[in-house]
Ligand binder design. Structure first.
Ligand code: NAD
Length: 492
């Protein structure tokens, strides 16, 4: 086992599997590898179906236990805030754990990932005392009736998360689920279990009853065992469209509640009248940030022909200016891809695009001789004049690869933007209000950013149309995913 030198003093969380207060012994382990070096630094237990059963059993017991079920809403708020306090106090360690696991620069996890996870937790910590139903009367029956609704927690929630924003995407699920009074079994991606494990440890430390927040580590088979477990009432998933489809299929026998936040191939449209000093760096980072491993990255770029060459030149310069480096290096702004498998997948996309005659502006991913070790680095890549039916314009790559195409009028730009199986997000740069509002109306996407990028927020719903998912996370809207409305009809 080899730890990146910059993280030599980092204390890992307890990696063991737990069902409530009981420790489980896993028969199988997976290597946790540093994406910056390709070296294994820990072995993570792989939970079997029997382990999943024990952990879900403990979560079900905790759900029915008066210690959690009857906790006054204000006490639940206090517990959630206490967890947020603990995260704030431990921000540097959480950031280091996230950087070690994902390869993200420490300067990013300290300022983006961990603060965002805390912000989401604080935002939903304010909800438990405000989850009231409503009162009314029957509209069609004679006599006097009093009717009211209760909003009750759905039960045990399985939160299944990917490796690109491990603690953030886990918190998008955990915070509203716990605020609603559910119990949660979190299944992190096998590549990035560390912050999930530490979070569950911290929840125990600040006083959450055993079994309210558990972590089950393992691979896809572990996730599948969790997703089909009959005592899981709801699955909240972020990840690939293929896995989302299998989770939805597995939900059928028990009619589980399912929300899916899946892939994207989000368009970015730069109009002729856009402020290019903003649009160019934003469109570049809207694709290259986090090495392109962002579900709502703007990976299809449509630029008005009158400014096309200027925009391409600017974006290539932003790409070339990215400082790539190891996650513990404070100068680094861009880390490697998560794994050798992901590097191979992204390389496959660019190799096929080049073989199909698509040209690049500047370098195409590939070798990064200035970086030591066997890290999975992939340089920002800009492909030009990409035909709308090219693979690189249609498939989610999950790497820093931007496919640019010119357009001549807004009708054409919107048609190109909507010509996708996905509908997660979209971006428009324009100074014209009518263009902004009309394109926001006509683009098929869960979120449309005008003159800005990557501003997901706990106050607003986020999720996808078409193949990008089902349901919404964030905003007050997400709470409906964790609450069952119950009508109580009372004759007076
Ligand atoms: P994945 O969908 O396979 O994995 C996501 C999570 O689901 C992990 O925790 C995984 O262990 C679990 N899982 C896998 N199979 C499962 C199953 N049958 N039932 C239940 N859970 C299961 O994603 P990946 O393999 O890590 O990445 C593959 C591709 O997915 C990427 O290349 C990228 O295109 C896409 N992706 C999208 C997002 C996003 O935010 N939308 C995030 C990560 C990856």
């Amino acid at each position: 086992m080899t730890m990146q030198a910059g993280f030599a003093d980092l204390v890992l969380p307890d990696l063991s599997l737990r069902a409530g207060g009981d420790l489980l012994r896993a028969d199988r382990h997976l290597a946790d590898e540093d994406p910056c070096t390709g070296e294994r630094f820990a072995d993570i237990p792989v939970a079997s179906a029997a382990d999943v059963d024990a952990i879900v059993g403990a979560a079900k017991k905790a759900f029915r236990d008066p210690a959690w079920r009857d906790l006054p809403p204000l006490a639940r708020e206090r517990l959630l805030h206490r967890l947020a306090d603990a995260m704030e106090a431990e921000l540097p360690r959480l950031a280091a754990l996230e950087s070690l696991d994902t390869g993200k620069p420490i300067a990013i996890t300290e300022t983006v990932d961990i603060p965002a996870a805390i912000a989401w937790l604080r935002s939903y910590a304010g909800w438990p005392g405000k989850l009231a139903g409503r009162a009314g009367t029957l509209s069609a029956s004679p006599g006097r009736y009093h009717v009211y609704t209760r909003r009750e927690p759905v039960g045990v929630v399985a939160a299944i998360t990917p490796w690109n924003f491990p603690i953030v995407l886990a918190m998008w699920k955990i915070a509203p689920a716990l605020a609603a009074g559910c119990t949660v079994v979190l299944k992190p991606a096998p590549e990035t279990p560390l912050t999930a494990l530490r979070l569950a440890e911290m929840a125990r430390e600040v006083g959450f009853p055993a079994g309210v927040l558990s972590v089950v580590t393992g691979d896809g088979a572990t996730g599948a065992a969790l997703a089909r477990h009959p005592d899981v009432a709801k699955v909240a998933f972020t990840g690939s469209t293929a896995t989302g489809q299998s989770i939805l299929a597995a939900s059928v026998p028990d009619l589980k509640r399912v929300t899916l936040e899946l892939g994207g191939k989000s368009p970015s449209i730069i109009c002729a009248d856009a402020d290019l000093s903003q649009a160019i760096p934003q469109a570049a980072m809207g694709c290259f940030f986090n090495s392109g491993q962002v579900c709502y990255a703007g990976t299809r770029l449509y630029v008005h022909r009158s400014v096309y060459e200027q925009v391409l030149e600017g974006i290539a310069a932003v790409g070339a200016g990215q400082v790539m480096g190891a996650s513990s290096d404070r100068a680094s702004l861009m880390g490697p891809l998560i794994s050798a498998r992901q590097h191979e997948k992204v390389t496959g996309f660019t190799t096929r695009a080049r073989a199909a005659g698509i040209e690049a502006v500047g370098p195409v991913g590939g070798a990064t001789p200035q970086l030591p070790g066997r890290g999975h680095y992939f340089a920002p890549t800009l492909l030009r004049d990409v035909p709308p039916d090219a693979e690189i314009a249609r498939e989610e790559v999950f790497g820093p690869v931007l496919a640019a195409t010119p357009f001549d009028d807004m009708e054409e730009a919107i048609a190109l933007a909507n010509d996708s199986a996905y509908g997660l997000a979209a971006h428009v740069w324009t100074r014209d209000l009518a263009t902004a509002h009309l394109s926001a109306e006509r683009i098929e996407a869960g979120t449309v950013f005008v003159n800005c990028i990557m501003l997901a927020d706990p106050a607003f719903p986020f999720g996808g149309m078409k193949m990008s998912g089902i349901g919404r996370e964030n905003g007050p809207e997400v709470l409906d995913a964790y609450l069952e409305p119950k009508s109580v009809v009372m004759a007076l």
